[in-house]
Design a protein. Structure first.
Length: 74
């Protein structure tokens, strides 16, 4: 997803890992577990109108924006 930004020198993988509260990239099983949770009405039947962020805390921490601004000199 981010090959163009990385190719342009915007950031590297280590920048992302260093700014993600979970300190790692998502694994396929992280995403699969979220999908399984949402697909199971016994577990998520009362979940309604909510975005489930499966991102290691990235969104809540605001790291993406600070990383981009830091590399752009803002």
């Amino acid at each position: 997803m981010d090959e163009e930004d990385q190719a342009g020198g915007g950031y590297i993988d280590a920048d992302i890992g260093g700014r993600t509260p979970m300190a790692r990239f998502a694994r396929p099983e992280d995403i699969a577990q979220a999908v399984a949770f949402l697909a199971d009405p016994a577990l998520s039947g009362y979940v309604n109108g909510h975005t489930l962020s499966v991102d290691g805390g990235w969104f809540g921490d605001g790291s993406w924006e600070s990383l981009r601004r830091g590399k752009q000199g803002f």
